[in-house]
Design a protein around this ligand. Structure first.
Ligand code: DGJ
Length: 745
């Protein structure tokens, strides 16, 4: 890993053998990008890759100039990185190189979340300072390259150093220019209970984007975008990923210009943003991660998974095996008392579950979703001995005790709202939209964050709590803060999310041993910003196994298994009404952080035996399921798909588990083999199956197989007509591959 500065060519080259980023200070002082992609040899000039000699954009009509941080007013009509309004009302900026620094390690962006290093030798950071002489606006652009990771972390600090204030209208985290347009844009889109569906479209001239203006990153689009070559698939070909470490409104946009080039930008959504910089003030953008892969989408996912799991997540639970939980929500909803909870916990404990999570309904007088958010005081009608009483009864069973909270919200029917109606977000004189009968607290106001810190600290200290599910169940419809002047209302959304981060920071630091799981009506805020505080997230409220195939596949494009909460629930499924076999529900939920979200006290003896075996199986292979390398094999997206498959390879490579899922069963099935990936060709694996060993498909594959065979010939998934008749819809099989002989030499 090196960052090279060649003063004669005024060229920077960041490289680690996996990726190269080459920048050049043009003749007029503007900063251009010569290359971002596959690693190039260092120690060489690459000046010829850019326009040469460069004499300003306007003199290059017909040519394409890749700028690192483009602004209006320089003749570049594509989407800008930075729009700032000076005292004269103009937005033109001519940013020129002033100086730069190369340092070991990576600086923190606090109060924003960001990736980090544990040792300075893990990364190097280039900071280039650009300035605009007329306004005194200064931009510090940061580029961090990590050892052994094919990615660059980017962020910028924008400073007003002149005599006059400056108003930021757009402040992107990164802009990347690529020299052609032969790309397919890959995004994650969806809705509540249908998150993270993979959507693809070939780039066309003009602008195309994924974005959120909901106040959170949202279930509709994820702050992730990839570009792949049309021929790139999971395992082969070129691709880039762009991921924003941010949980608020974002924009990920590609623009194809008239010269046949592509500009990609990623950052805070500009239509819902402005920021006032008085003289001497600074604004820091969220961090963006840019990944390059020559090994298909897998290369992107591998890089993001490793970074997010090991150098974005932090704290006690980053590397720890995560407990198998039972969640009370779909078992009891709001209808419980202490005895009922202990009954559920006892029954779950008998099946091997390790953590009991008390979901919504334990506080105020919350018998449904019409009241009490904000009143974080235990409901003694339901829990006469308080949280501590029920938590101690649960922990006495040998389980952890977890608790649901929704700190950022307030019910109009709550003591908090009656005492502080002005703390709820809303525009004076306008009606406030109530979604789920609740309002959003104004997290940009320090007194709100202080209050929540105090009351939640009391709650979390009041009982032996080892896990918190931090929910957030609505969007922000009328953004306005009484804590801000009318002129500063454009700062509302960013200040709001900074307040959320501050509360997370305080509570995670105060309670380092608590495992935090973020949630926003499921995956409505499943983003890297949240992962910096909560190493796992509730992937979706939709626990239907078939829906989850799509949701978990899509989520896995950017996020590691260790971050994905995945539960087995009852049938008919509470979101879709679908009835799927218990084994299928488990075979999907295994690939992530497993939980159960059903009433174990009403299960039949057969179901209990099955779940007990599932829990034991998962516990035995927890490392594969939670920390393994996730490899997507057959996609649920793209046309008529009735089968899906994926696998996970343990960190030491000794065990792989393959999941094979059939959506609708077919008569007269076609011949089918499933070729695996990423095994050691010369290793020998003992193949066995799950859930039943006497199943013909499992029997056909059981035995010793070389990695070469499993990758070149594959697992045999053929079914004859008579066997197919026995399967029904929605079946699943797992294949466990255990390496018995390692290759020699
Ligand atoms: C939405 C979450 O996603 C659910 O899991 C559950 O916690 C409910 N909120 C509780 O209100």
């Amino acid at each position: 890993m090196t960052i090279e500065w060649r003063p004669d060519e005024r060229q920077f080259h960041l490289s680690n053998g996996l990726i190269s980023l080459i920048l050049r200070v043009y003749e007029d002082g503007s900063l251009g990008q010569l290359h971002l992609g596959g690693a190039l040899p260092s120690g060489r000039p690459y000046r010829h890759l850019g326009p040469d000699p460069f004499a300003g954009y306007a003199n290059l009509v017909g040519g394409h100039v890749p700028f690192v941080y483009p602004t209006p007013g320089i003749g570049d009509f594509r989407v800008p990185a930075l729009v700032a309004e000076g005292a004269d009302g103009a937005t033109a900026l001519t940013l020129r190189y002033r100086d730069h620094r190369i340092t070991a390690g990576k600086p923190s962006l606090e109060p924003l979340p960001s990736t980090y290093v544990e040792d300075e030798s893990e990364a190097e950071t280039l900071e280039v300072t650009l300035d605009d002489e007329l306004t005194g606006l200064v931009v510090d652009l940061r580029f961090t390259i990590f050892d052994g990771r094919p990615l660059i972390a980017r962020s910028a600090t924008i400073r007003a150093t002149g005599a006059h204030p400056i108003d930021l209208r757009t402040a992107m985290s990164v802009v990347i220019d690529l020299p052609d347009t032969d790309w397919v844009m890959v995004g994650l889109a969806g809705a509540w209970a249908r998150e993270a569906h993979v959507v693809e479209r070939a780039l066309v001239p003009g602008r195309q984007s994924m974005a959120s203006t909901h106040g959170a990153s949202g279930a509709q689009h994820n702050p992730f975008l990839a570009l792949r070559r049309p021929a790139t698939d999971e395992a082969n070909g070129e691709a880039y990923a762009f991921s924003l470490v941010y949980s608020g409104n974002f924009l990920a946009e590609a623009e194809v210009d008239q010269f046949g080039a592509t500009r990609l930008r990623l950052g805070i959504e500009p239509d819902t943003f402005s920021w006032h910089l008085g003289p001497g003030d600074a604004f820091v953008t969220p961090e963006a991660i840019v990944v390059y892969s020559a090994a298909g989408l897998q290369g992107l996912s591998d890089a993001l998974h490793g970074l997010f799991r090991d150098r974005l997540a932090r704290g006690t639970w980053r590397d720890r095996p995560r407990p198998i939980l039972i969640n009370s929500w779909e078992a009891a909803y709001f209808d419980f008392d202490a005895d009922r909870l202990v009954e559920i916990a006892t029954s779950a404990r008998e099946l091997g579950m390790e953590l009991f999570v008390l979901d919504d309904g334990w506080f105020g007088h919350r018998d449904d979703d019409t009241s009490s958010l904000g009143d974080w005081v235990v409901d003694r009608r339901k829990l006469p001995d308080g949280l501590d009483g029920v938590a101690r009864r649960v922990t006495a069973l040998g389980m952890g005790f977890g608790l649901w909270i929704e700190p950022e919200m307030v019910s109009p029917d709550s003591d908090l709202f009656r005492a502080h109606p002005d703390w709820a977000v809303g525009i004076p004189g306008r009606a406030r939209t109530e979604t789920r009968q609740q309002l959003v607290l104004d997290m940009g106001r320090p007194e709100v964050v202080d209050h929540l810190t105090d009351v939640l600290t009391d709650v979390l200290a009041s009982a032996p709590i080892s896990y918190v599910k931090w929910d957030m169940n609505r969007t922000i419809t009328e953004p306005y803060s009484l804590g801000l002047t009318p002129e500063a209302q454009g700062e509302f959304f960013h200040r709001h999310i900074l307040g959320v981060y501050e509360l997370y920071r305080r509570l995670t630091r105060r309670f380092p041993d608590i495992l935090f799981e973020s949630c926003a009506s499921g995956g409505g805020r499943f983003d890297p910003g949240m992962l910096a505080f909560a190493p796992q997230a509730w992937t979706s409220d939709d626990t239907d196994a078939i829906e989850r195939l799509r949701i978990q596949w899509g989520t896995s494009l950017a996020y590691p298994l260790s971050s994905m909460g995945a539960h087995v629930s009852a049938v008919p499924n509470h979101q879709t009404g679908r009835i799927t076999p218990l084994a299928t529900r488990a075979a999907v939920a295994f690939f992530g952080v497993l939980g159960y979200e059903l009433d174990p006290t009403v299960l039949s003896a057969g179901e209990r035996a099955e779940i007990g075996a599932q829990v034991a199986f998962y516990a035995r292979h927890r490392d594969v399921f939670q920390r393994g390398r996730f490899i997507r094999l057959e996609s649920p997206f793209g046309g008529e798909r009735d089968h899906v498959s994926w696998m996970s390879l343990s960190p030491d490579g000794a065990t792989a588990i393959v999941g094979v899922y059939q959506i609708l069963n077919r008569p007269t099935p076609e011949a089918r083999r499933l070729r695996l990936r990423a095994l050691e060709a010369s290793a020998v694996y003992q193949v066995s199956g799950w859930p039943v060993s006497d199943d013909p498909m499992i029997a056909a594959n059981t035995g010793l197989r070389t990695g070469a065979e499993l990758m070149a010939a594959g697992l045999l998934l053929d079914r004859d007509r008579h066997y197919a008749e026995t399967l029904g819809d929605f079946w699943a099989r797992l294949f466990v591959l255990e390496r018995v002989e390692t290759p020699r030499g």
